[in-house]
Design a protein around this ligand. Structure first.
Ligand SMILES: [Zn+2]
Ligand SMILES: [Zn+2]
Length: 279
C-alpha cells in the first residue's frame, strides 16, 4: 500500500477517508484535522492560554502534544479522582509527559475539594461516575449522540457540540478539538509520537452503556466505512440546528461558593454535603 500523498510506503490506512499515509503524512493529516476543528468552531486563538484537561489516556495526551507542536500556550489540568492504582499510574503518565516537554501541569485532588475520592462519591450518590468525564474523539461523540437519539433527549441533543460557548462570566468555553478524529486515529498518533499513555480503561467505565453504543457503531463502521463519521457530522450540520433553541435557563451564583448554578446551591456543594454526611 502506498501513501496517498507522497507515494512512499503507507503505514496507516484510513478506510473512511479512502486513504493511506506514511508516518509523516499521517501526523500532518492528524494535525490538520485538529486545526480544521479549531478554525471551524473558532475554538480559541493563538493569543489565548489553553487549559487541556488530561487523564493520562491517549486522546488527551495526543491533543496536548498537537497543541504544543502547533505553538499554542498550554497548561495541563489533571484531576486526581482517587481511583486507587489507576489514578496513581495515570497521574504519573501526565507528569512525565509535562516534564519531558517543559509545560506546566496543574494537579487537582477531588478528595480535597469534595471531601472524598470517586469510589466514595459513587457509593454515596449511587450514580455512575462516568458522566462527568471527558469526551474527546469522534467515537465518544458518536456514541453519546446515539444514546441521546435512542432516548430522544432533546436537551442533550441541543447541547451536543464540539464547542460549548461560555454562558456566564465565570464559565469557561469548552471545546473538543479531536471530534474529527477516531479512537483508532488518536491511538495511531500517540503510538507514532511515542507518547506513553495509560492503556487500561478506567475501572468505573466497565459496563457503561456508552461502551455498548460504541460497539454497535463499530459494527456499522466495519460494514460501511465512514458510517460513524456521517452519523456525527450529519447531525452537527443538519440535525443539531433543529434542536437548538433559545436558552431560557437563568444562571445564578451559588450562595455558598459562588460557582455558577441554576439553583441556589450548586451541584458541587450539594455533592460535598452528601459526602460529608455519609462519613
Ligand atoms: Zn507520505
Ligand atoms: Zn457551591
Amino acid at each position: 500500500m502506498k501513501c496517498t500523498r507522497c507515494g512512499d510506503r503507507a503505514t496507516v490506512e484510513l478506510r473512511r477517508h479512502n486513504a493511506a499515509f506514511c508516518v509523516a503524512d499521517f501526523l500532518a493529516f492528524f494535525r490538520r484535522q485538529v486545526s480544521t476543528a479549531i478554525g471551524k468552531y473558532r475554538m480559541f486563538g493563538r493569543e489565548e492560554h489553553v487549559l487541556v484537561a488530561v487523564s493520562g489516556g491517549k486522546d488527551s495526551l495526543a491533543l496536548w502534544d498537537v497543541l504544543i507542536e502547533e505553538g499554542y500556550e498550554t497548561s495541563g489540568l489533571y484531576l486526581d479522582l482517587g481511583i486507587f492504582e489507576y489514578s496513581v499510574e495515570s497521574q504519573a503518565k501526565c507528569q512525565a509527559f509535562a516534564a519531558a516537554r517543559g509545560v506546566p501541569l496543574i494537579v487537582s485532588v477531588v478528595a480535597d475539594e469534595v471531601g472524598g475520592p470517586v469510589p466514595i462519591i459513587q457509593r454515596v450518590t449511587r450514580r455512575p461516575p462516568c458522566s462527568g468525564c471527558g469526551l474527546y474523539n469522534l467515537d465518544d461523540e458518536a456514541a453519546t449522540l446515539l444514546g441521546s437519539v435512542l432516548q430522544w433527549q432533546t436537551d442533550a441533543l441541543s447541547r451536543q457540540s464540539p464547542a460549548l460557548p461560555s454562558t456566564h462570566p465565570k464559565l469557561v468555553r469548552r471545546v473538543k478539538p479531536l471530534y474529527r478524529l477516531s479512537e483508532q486515529e488518536t491511538a495511531a498518533y500517540a503510538f507514532l509520537r511515542r507518547i506513553d499513555y495509560i492503556v487500561d480503561e478506567c475501572p468505573f467505565a466497565k459496563g457503561a452503556t456508552s461502551i455498548a453504543h460504541k460497539e454497535i457503531l463499530s459494527r456499522m463502521e466495519d460494514n460501511s466505512p465512514g458510517a460513524k463519521h456521517n452519523f456525527l457530522f450529519g447531525f452537527l450540520e443538519k440535525g443539531r440546528p433543529a434542536f437548538e433553541r433559545a436558552d431560557t435557563v437563568t444562571l445564578r451564583e451559588c450562595e455558598r461558593c459562588g460557582q455558577v448554578t441554576t439553583g441556589t446551591i450548586c451541584a458541587f456543594c450539594k455533592l460535598a454535603d452528601q459526602v460529608k454526611r455519609s462519613s
